[in-house]
Design a binder for this molecule. Structure first.
Ligand code: NAP
Length: 973
């Protein structure tokens, strides 16, 4: 029984048992036909149902302040009968607490415009039910229009999906058409037996006749459907225990055709003129039929009001469905077939059937309109998802960093993938937030960064290559900025003030026009000179000249062109050599795209507005007086934002086991923060978060990665990213390997490509024990932020349990919550269950005092750097070069002193010197130079010359990468 299966089935009449008793006395009784039939009072029943629905809506609103069911009625033209129905629906909606939106369009509306309007309503998450008032004018195709409504919002139940599912015995429609449902509800509420009875339906329309026939058949009536070609209609009618008349023929059915005691449901509503008065009659001749029938619905006051009540029920159901869909968040596990030995990464991904990304989104409670798919396995997540969920409490926030790594990397990405997979095995929602790898390492030395073995981000080729083009967009935005800078210097050097003023502040109809991109500069200059920015007529020559001349000092330019290639020959180039540049050549260099400030901005922006603001604030050079020149001064920030408008949306992908992954941004870990984006983390935390009416233990876990070890990635993650995002981490996972600990403990040097020395292949407890000092320092580093730490020992075949036991004991002694060997590479999520349990325990452990920053940004730059060097690296002190001293003074004068610090240092040592392994002591950190990323929002001191465009080795990864004739990628790792 479809109606009773619905969520609102509890909305039954309380006095149904009294009614039942009366009915049984009379129903189908031949002796009672001479008495007037009992009335099936649709008006009263509808009122009661509407009251119950109103109570239900009230209850849900109390429970969830975000719950606001809404109904959109689309009406074309102004037919009087339609107006009456629309008003009835409006009244009912308002009474119940359903927001009601009436979209009235003129008769002349075209089909395509109407369809566009319906599409808009489909995409509008605040609209739950959509109803197109029929009939439509002749030039509009009713079928096409009603079919265009999303099945979930089709509260009239007329669409093919709903009707189709209703017709199928084994399916349940989302919405049952209202009038048929009203008919059934009348029968149910008056306890009229249906099973085994003969039901005759007059009419076979999609709106009434056919769906009523399906519903009656589903309840085991023997159904006869009659229509205009049916012969001997009175004979058919005479067999009916239940007669449903839906013909649209006034008073068509006569009492003498009827079986005495039959139940008559008169759906028809026909206007007739009687004695000069317009009255409504049904399809049955009431005076005669009511004398024979056992029960009868009056017209008006029978099925009509029930239709309205059912529409309200369907709307509430639609709102409830959407709400449930958004809070469900049940991610299924994509099973993996484990093999031993573990095949290559690409073999594993190729053998795994992935979920469609639309399925991953649906499982997370993301609506169709909130993602933009790029093929089957990637999607951009629209920022409106965050807007919809921002009221939620955040899920748990876990950052994965590591101990001081070897040149091989210790497997942070693999641990991130394994950890979220394992969280899924434990019945909780885990979401990974990771960086998009640069193509530099993918084709260079290191290979991709998609995890490994049975803990991967997939499809790994998409992950490692262009994905959705974000890095290309960053390249384009950055290069537009530099082109704008270079060209502006050229034009300023070749043009007079008057020519510059004419072009940059053109006159239109005698009035000066400030180009939109330059408004901010206009306001700044006006404010500096005490001029009212809205006054465009009387502008002094001084102001005009100041406005159009940036006077950039070429020696101070900090922005380079970028490319996402390890192209070492771009480290120093000369440009502007063509004769068109009139001898204005300049030496400059390229950086790799991920080292650009635009990439850092993408990673640190909180939203689109914030990104636009940060782009505007990028300092690209100083002017000849030493004042900063920004992208805003060039007027290019708006255009850069346009280039990044899609890049700012995080990319949804999945792990090998179908766990959601948000891949977004990929700033260089040496000179930038080396973490994925704030926006992705924020979206993840809301997806994994809880509604006010949900238990806190429903919260899921967002696992985000911070590049390199605790002294680099984690420190920057906390002091820069968390400070700018306002997010508070619940736990830190530090990835360690036996190999790295042995190296720190004094093991022989590790060279990529060379065979591993025996010390790394055989048990060596002494090396491990000595190397644990490095891990302990990283644990202490995390503790300085007052965040619980779990050590993840990324397991390798050659490790031994005794080695693990030493690591565990040392970690526990240093105050870690736990240290767990983790086998995600060979076993997928199942292999990381122990780690996931430890991480969950860390997240739920009360953290007295809560998270704290290492330094106050108000402190002088020098002090902040010294704090990081001493507290994180264990340095004795810091030595600033004269250049660094000068920069600090400049930044202070320019008002940038309060920015946080992003140290540019080697990842291979806790110190600035990659040769100093384990826990170096008594060293002084040299600060050679200092750079400003005013847009990203940090100062980065350089402890050494950091290569910002790596080179390719003699035998780079690309030597093994190829494409088969079938378009299959080979050799990507
Ligand atoms: P419809 O689309 O015009 O369908 C009428 C049906 O009746 C058709 O299947 C037609 O057969 C059949 N029919 C017509 N003349 C017949 C005859 N002489 N003998 C046997 N069958 C005949 O109408 P509808 O939209 O289903 O509506 C039917 C009535 O219900 C109308 O009065 C309408 O106003 C009313 N209605 C009321 C509500 C409510 O809320 N109470 C809601 C919807 C409709 P063919 O298929 O062979 O043409």
């Amino acid at each position: 029984m479809i109606v009773s299966n619905l969520f609102w089935s509890r909305l039954v009449l309380k006095n149904a048992s009294q009614v039942k008793r009366k009915i049984n006395e009379r129903l189908f009784s031949h002796s009672s036909f001479l008495k007037a039939a009992n009335i099936l009072d649709g008006k009263q029943l509808s009122r009661k149902m509407q009251n119950s629905v109103a109570e239900e809506v009230e209850r849900l609103k109390r429970m969830d302040e975000k719950y606001h069911p809404s109904l959109a009625i689309v009406q074309v033209g102004k037919r009087e009968d339609s107006n009456v129905y629309v008003r009835m629906k409006e009244r009912a909606a308002k009474k119940i607490g359903i927001a009601y939106k009436h979209y009235a369009f003129p008769d002349s509306i075209s089909q395509s415009t109407l369809l566009r309007e319906v599409r808009k309503l489909n995409n509008d998450q605040s609209v739950h039910g959509i109803l197109v008032q029929l009939p439509l004018p002749r030039h509009l195709n009713e079928k096409t229009v009603t079919e265009s409504i999303l099945a979930e919002k089709d509260v009239d139940g007329f669409g093919a999906v709903n009707i189709g599912m209703l017709a199928k015995n084994t399916s349940t429609p989302i919405h049952v058409p209202c009038t048929p449902m009203g008919v059934m509800e009348l029968l149910h509420q008056y306890s009229i037996p249906i099973a085994g009875k003969n039901a005759v339906i007059l009419g076979r329309s999609d709106i009434v006749g056919n769906p009523v026939s399906y519903l009656l058949r589903q309840e085991n009536a023997t159904v006869t459907v009659c229509h205009s070609h049916t012969e001997n209609l009175p004979e058919q009618i005479a067999k009916a225990d239940i007669l449903v008349a839906a013909l649209g023929k006034p008073e068509f059915v006569r009492g003498e055709w009827l079986k005495p005691g039959a139940v008559v449901i008169d759906v028809g509503i026909n206007a007739i003129h009687h004695n000069g008065k317009r009255t409504l009659v049904g399809d049955v001749h009431y005076p005669s039929v009511s004398q024979v029938a056992g029960y009868i619905t009056p017209v008006p006051g029978g099925v009509g009001p029930m239709t309205v009540a059912m529409l309200m029920c369907n709307t509430v159901k639609a709102a409830e469905l959407l709400r449930n869909k958004s809070i469900l968040r049940k991610v299924s596990i994509n099973e993996i077939a484990l093999k031993d030995p573990v095949p290559s990464d690409i073999e594993i991904t190729k053998s795994q059937e992935l979920k469609k990304i639309t399925t991953v989104a649906k499982e997370l409670g993301i609506h169709e309109t909130e993602i933009e798919t790029y093929g089957h396995y990637k999607a951009k997540v629209d920022m409106k998802l965050y807007e919809r969920l921002k009221h939620r409490n955040d899920g748990h926030y876990i950052v994965v960093s590591g101990i001081t790594p070897t040149p091989f990397g210790e497997g942070k990405s693999t641990v991130v993938a394994g950890l979220v997979q394992a969280i899924g095995h434990l019945g909780k929602l885990g979401i990974a937030c990771v960086r998009q790898p640069s193509q530099g390492p993918t084709f260079g030395v290191k290979g991709g960064a998609a995890g490994g073995g049975y803990a991967q981000f997939v499809p790994m080729d998409d992950f490692n290559l262009h994905m959705t083009g974000d890095i290309h967009a960053v390249t384009a935005a950055n290069n537009l900025l530099v082109a704008a800078l270079e060209t502006r210097m050229f034009h300023e050097s070749t043009q007079s003030d008057a020519a510059l003023i004419r072009r940059l502040l053109p006159l239109k109809d005698g009035r000066r026009v400030i180009p939109k991109g330059l408004l901010q500069r206009w306001n700044k200059i006006c404010n500096n000179l005490g001029h009212d920015p809205s006054e465009l007529e009387n502008v002094s020559q001084e102001l005009l000249e100041k406005f159009v001349r940036l006077n950039i000092d070429p020696e101070t330019i900090t922005s380079n062109r970028v490319l996402d290639v390890n192209d070492r020959f771009l480290r120093e180039i000369e440009l502007g050599l063509a004769c068109t540049e009139k001898g204005r050549s300049r030496k400059t260099s390229f950086d790799i795209s991920v080292a650009s400030e635009c990439m850092s901005i993408l990673a640190l922006s909180n939203d689109l507005k914030d990104m636009r603001h940060r782009l505007t604030n990028m300092v690209i050079a100083n002017d000849k007086k030493g004042d900063p020149v920004t992208a805003g001064d060039l007027g290019v920030a708006g255009a850069m934002a346009v280039l990044l408008k899609d890049a700012i949306k995080p990319n949804l992908m999945q792990t090998l086991e179908g766990t959601p992954v948000l891949v977004h941004a990929g700033p260089f870990a040496n000179i930038s923060i080396g973490a994925s984006s704030t926006i992705a983390d924020k979206v993840g935390l809301k997806l994994a978060g809880t509604e006010s009416f949900e238990n806190a233990d429903k919260a899921g876990y967002v696992v985000t990665e911070a590049g390199f070890a605790s002294d680099m990635g984690m420190e920057k993650f906390f002091n820069i990213k968390c400070r700018s995002s306002g997010l508070k981490p619940s736990a830190v996972v530090l990835v360690a390997t036996v190999k790295a600990l042995k190296l720190h403990g004094g093991g022989p040097e590790l060279k990529p490509g060379a065979p591993l020395p025996d010390e790394y292949l055989l048990e060596n407890l002494d090396l491990v024990r000595r190397g644990c000092a490095n891990m302990v320092q990283h644990i202490r580093n995390s503790q300085k932020f007052n965040v619980p730490v779990v050590i993840a020992i990324n397991s390798f075949r050659t490790d031994t349990n005794k080695e693990y036991e030493i690591i565990r004991q040392e970690a526990l002694d240093a105050g870690a919550v736990d240290a767990i060997p983790s086998y995600q590479f060979s076993k997928g999520g199942q292999g990381a269950i122990g780690l996931a349990e430890a991480v969950m325990k860390a997240c739920s452990t009360p953290n007295e005092g809560g998270f704290k920053f290492l330094y106050d940004t108000k402190a002088p730059i020098e002090e902040k750097i010294t704090t990081i060097a001493k507290e994180m690296y264990g340095a004795k002190g810091v030595e600033f070069s004269p250049l660094a001293e000068r920069r600090m003074k400049d930044f202070k004068r320019q008002g940038y002193e309060r920015l946080p610090i992003c140290m540019a240092k080697t990842q291979y040592s806790l110190s600035h010197d990659p040769k100093l392994l384990n826990v170096p002591k008594d060293f002084v950190v040299p600060i050679r130079d200092m750079r400003l990323n005013a847009g990203a929002g940090f100062i980065y001191p350089l402890t050494a010359k950091i290569q910002t465009i790596p080179g390719l080795p003699t035998a780079p990864a690309y030597l093994n990468i190829n494409l088969t004739d079938d378009g299959e990628i080979l050799g990507l790792s």
